[in-house]
Design a protein around this ligand. Structure first.
Ligand code: SAM
Length: 246
């Protein structure tokens, strides 16, 4: 945990924040904080900065925010993700959150196992703690929005033109003709990235995505696991942005 994530419900009437769950346990037992200590904090979907520990009572820690909080960066990549098996999704959610994803649209393609849509893990109370874990890891505060949209064609026909007209749209496909390394991404250019299921996209699905404005890109011939591919793709997109600024 690189900063403590605070939620609206932690806020007491006097404006201080009170935590008494695993976060308090971490503060007390791992970081060994005591009254007067300074702790890095982030407010969910809000600013981040520092707080002072003003009271410790049993397993309850009270914090007062310091006034100079700063806005946390807004993520600039959205993910269109063919729904992976729950085990993979559990691994990838904290990682992609830490790498800065704004919205994760879980969708169905031909090779997605239909039963995965019935997984209890798709309930917000199951996956949100993993998003929070990613935020605390990377000192971020903006919780990604997770949306289940099974009908990928509806998403491409309706939502892409309405919401993603000005995004750079990329579909990751090991057999694509264009290396991702050859793509120029301006620092301020938002990106919508499509990642396929375990068995990959069908060629006709890639063609349909290309018709909807996506560029088909590869990181090389090696087909990576979905969770590895997502991390590598987001890291490479970040690098391309940084290179565009040099
Ligand atoms: N055999 C499948 C294929 O060739 O498409 C492998 C699919 S891979 C396990 C799952 C998804 O991760 C792919 O659909 C793609 O979106 C992404 N991916 C994995 N390796 C990739 C690579 N080397 N380049 C681009 N995308 C990759």
């Amino acid at each position: 945990m690189n900063h403590l994530l605070l939620f609206p419900e932690d806020r007491a009437e006097d404006g201080r924040y009170v935590v008494d769950d695993a976060r308090a346990q971490h503060l007390l037992e791992v970081l060994g904080v005591a009254v007067g200590a300074t702790v890095r904090v982030g407010i969910l979907d809000g600013p981040r900065g520092e707080a002072e520990v003003t009271a410790v009572e049993g397993r309850q820690v009270t914090l007062r925010l310091r006034p100079d909080l700063a806005p946390a960066p807004a993520p600039d990549v959205d993910l269109l993700l063919a729904l992976p098996r729950p085990r993979s999704l559990k691994k990838l959610l904290p990682e992609v959150t830490a790498l800065g994803v704004g919205r994760i649209v879980l969708t169905e393609t031909h090779r997605v196992e239909k039963a995965f849509f019935g997984a209890t893990f798709l309930k917000p109370e199951s996956y949100r703690p993993l998003l929070h874990e990613g935020l605390m890891q990377a000192r971020l505060t903006m919780e990604p929005e997770v949306v289940v949209e099974r009908r990928i064609w509806r998403f491409l026909d309706d939502e892409v033109p309405a919401r993603y007209a000005h995004h750079m749209k990329l579909v990751a496909h090991p057999g694509a003709p264009t290396p991702l390394a050859q793509v120029t991404i301006a620092a301020e250019q938002p990106v919508l990235l499509a990642v396929g299921p375990e068995g990959g996209f069908l060629d006709k699905e890639v063609e349909r995505l290309v018709q909807a404005g996506f560029r088909s890109v590869t990181m090389g011939e090696r087909p990576l696991r979905v969770e590895t591919a997502c991390v590598a793709l987001l890291a490479q997109i970040d690098l391309l942005r940084q290179q565009a600024q040099l």
